[in-house]
Design a protein around this ligand. Sequence first.
Ligand SMILES: *Cc1c(COP(=O)(O)O)cnc(C)c1O
Length: 367
Amino acid sequence: MTENTQGFNTRAVHAGQGFEPRTGAVVPPLHFSSTYAQDGIGNLRAGYEYGRGGNPTRDALQEQLAAVENGTHAYSFSSGLAAEDSVIRALAEPGDHIVLGNDAYGGTYRLISRVLGGWGIGNTPVDMGDHAALKDAVEANQTKLVWVESPSNPMMRISDIRAIAKITHEAGALLVVDNTFASPALQQPLDLGADVVIHSTTKYIGGHSDVVGGAVVLNDPVLAEAIGFIQFAVGAVSGPMDAFLTTRGLKTLGVRMRTHSENAMAVARWLQGRPEVEAVHYPGLESHPQHELAKSQMSDFGGMVSVQFSGGEDAARTVAESTRVFTLAESLGAIESLMNYPSEMTHASVKGTELAVPVNLLRTATS
Ligand SMILES: *Cc1c(COP(=O)(O)O)cnc(C)c1O
């Protein structure tokens, strides 16, 4: 295990990344092999048997992910949603119930309601800022998992992770935090009381719009074993190339997040002064209703800024379709600036539900 006395960037660069002993190669080699020679039946050279169960490139990434989130165990998956599905299947069973934020990522809500709902998992979306409502929902349903995104996508609401962890644990449930937007460079939910952290590593951790992936990080060895079993038994693992690219991205996460945060602050302040703008959602602005809470659990505010236009849907669509440097595209977290019209793009799946997003809203991901 990497010691947490090391700084974030040192852990990001070195954890799981020791040089290769035979050649001295500073970057560990990329292992594509799907299977491993055995010296006798069950007599393995380095514990590796078959690529679904274990791969050295994936292991290197998992060690690095655990170190940057201050966790002891990490599991890497083929997408963020595969990571989410694996967490829920490992920690809940048919008949169990999940309380999630009412502004959760559209794909998370679709997975929980339409896929896992059919498997027998119930759900209640709540406003995570309303702690009385959260407590009532958790107690009334004997909830197994509470699912929080902070900052949330795309409304940039901040949830009080420490307070929600306390409410969750008093009710005997587990707290899962989707830390995709903040990234481990700016926020470490396990230190704030969360039981499980999940990521779409497609976003800031990968950081270059060239790989889709997901991660789960946690400290409890019993829960970790359950997740490791699902990873192995279902097999939604990262391929070796994906794991390698994600590791390479993660090494520079700290410096990228510093620049993303600086640039997003400049964009948010500029937008705030424009007459066409009705509201700017960025936790770094003093005008953000949870600015103080954000400061108490994040070391900076990240690269995501959402904006609502007074000219309504038409204005938002016109801006989205006329930018030159910002590319109109789904996703976020990479070195180019992207813009997304959530109600028809990332959040089209929650249109008409209580998780629907405003039609005059644009979400920007600043490089
Ligand atoms: C993109 C995203 C996901 C889903 O991850 P995929 O890698 O696209 O499967 C989950 N949560 C948040 C906050 C996201 O932005």
